[in-house]
Design a protein around this ligand. Structure first.
Ligand SMILES: Cc1cc2nc3c(=O)[nH]c(=O)nc-3n(C[C@H](O)[C@H](O)[C@H](O)COP(=O)(O)OP(=O)(O)OC[C@H]3O[C@@H](n4cnc5c(N)ncnc54)[C@H](O)[C@@H]3O)c2cc1C
Length: 259
């Protein structure tokens, strides 16, 4: 229920279903999806790019109980952002909060909706509906684990990692102590799913009886052939461009062969 669909509500997978019903082999995890952190205040469909929230690696992420649940600084954001939707969806009520302060507020692309803002943690907890005691405890423990060195550098992995926490923050750890304080409420936003039709290297559709010579697939409908583990920003359009060219060239050759 807590999931948002980042694209059109009209894109219901009709062509994928039709192909599978006619014997196309499937590929990709049926439960897998490119799923990111979007503003929880976004509409259920078509929130688009402006509701994506990129503050995660510069913040701490807490669930509705005010507790951290994953390493916000594990890797560069373009390599990690597509895993945060699933992490948030696994939290109580499928919601989480990105908490940060004035030091980092202008270091990421702002979302469509302004974050909650308060001069005190008390005020922030009130705005976000978070339990103050738990939030203060989490931030106190987090701040105590933040090192003085190396210097903060969000242009790369800076190695500025917390020490002594059950769940570390492996890079970009900064104390949250400079008001105003901010919070984005976040939920899981599905960009696209990984279930698709199986193709060969020439983008020809595969069935249980072999390949279909005059049917090609490119883009999301076959992205599961490529996206077997993880996602790097830009792969969606790259899969469409690369396999679109392969499929288009193959279809053209097939048509001109007269077969
Ligand atoms: C909000 C958002 C942000 C994104 N940001 C990025 C990004 O920054 N970088 C990146 O690489 N990728 C991004 N993507 C993913 C990228 O947009 C897609 O991977 C890409 O558009 C897929 O292209 P496609 O042609 O395979 O599918 P689509 O663009 O989905 O085209 C499929 C077409 O089929 C039509 N269709 C569906 N059902 C039927 C039917 N029954 N009959 C006839 N037509 C039908 C649809 O209307 C649609 O026009 C983003 C996606 C979303 C939703």
């Amino acid at each position: 229920d807590g999931f948002g669909i980042r694209g059109s509500p009209l894109n219901m997978g009709g062509p994928l279903k039709a192909l599978r019903d006619r014997g196309a082999l499937s590929v990709g995890n049926p439960k897998g999806a490119h799923a990111i952190s979007v503003d929880a205040r976004a509409p259920d469909f078509d929130g688009g790019i402006v509701t994506r929230i990129d503050s995660v690696p510069l913040s701490i992420m807490v669930n509705k109980a005010g507790r951290r649940f994953a390493d916000e600084g594990e890797d560069l954001w373009p390599r990690r952002y597509a895993s945060w939707g699933h992490l948030i969806a696994a939290q109580p009520d499928q919601i989480a909060y990105s908490i940060f302060d004035s030091q980092v507020n202008d270091l990421f692309i702002p979302g469509l909706y302004p974050p909650y803002r308060a001069e005190t943690l008390d005020g922030l907890a009130d705005h976000a509906g978070l339990p103050l005691d738990a939030l203060e405890r989490t931030i106190r423990q987090f701040n105590a684990s933040v090192p003085d060195d190396p210097p903060f550098d969000h242009g790369g992995l800076d190695g500025r990692s917390t020490t002594g926490l059950d769940i570390p923050k492996s890079n970009w750890a900064l104390r949250i102590d400079r008001p105003p304080f901010y919070a984005y409420p976040l939920r899981c936003g599905i960009t696209f799913t990984y279930l698709g039709v199986k193709v060969d290297a020439e983008a020809r559709l595969q069935t249980g009886e072999g390949r279909v010579d005059n049917l090609f697939a490119a883009g999301e409908i076959m992205s599961g052939n490529v996206l077997t583990a993880g996602y790097l920003a830009g792969f969606g359009l790259t899969i469409g461009a690369v396999f679109g060219r392969i499929a288009g060239s193959g279809a053209g050759r097939h048509a001109s062969s007269g077969a």
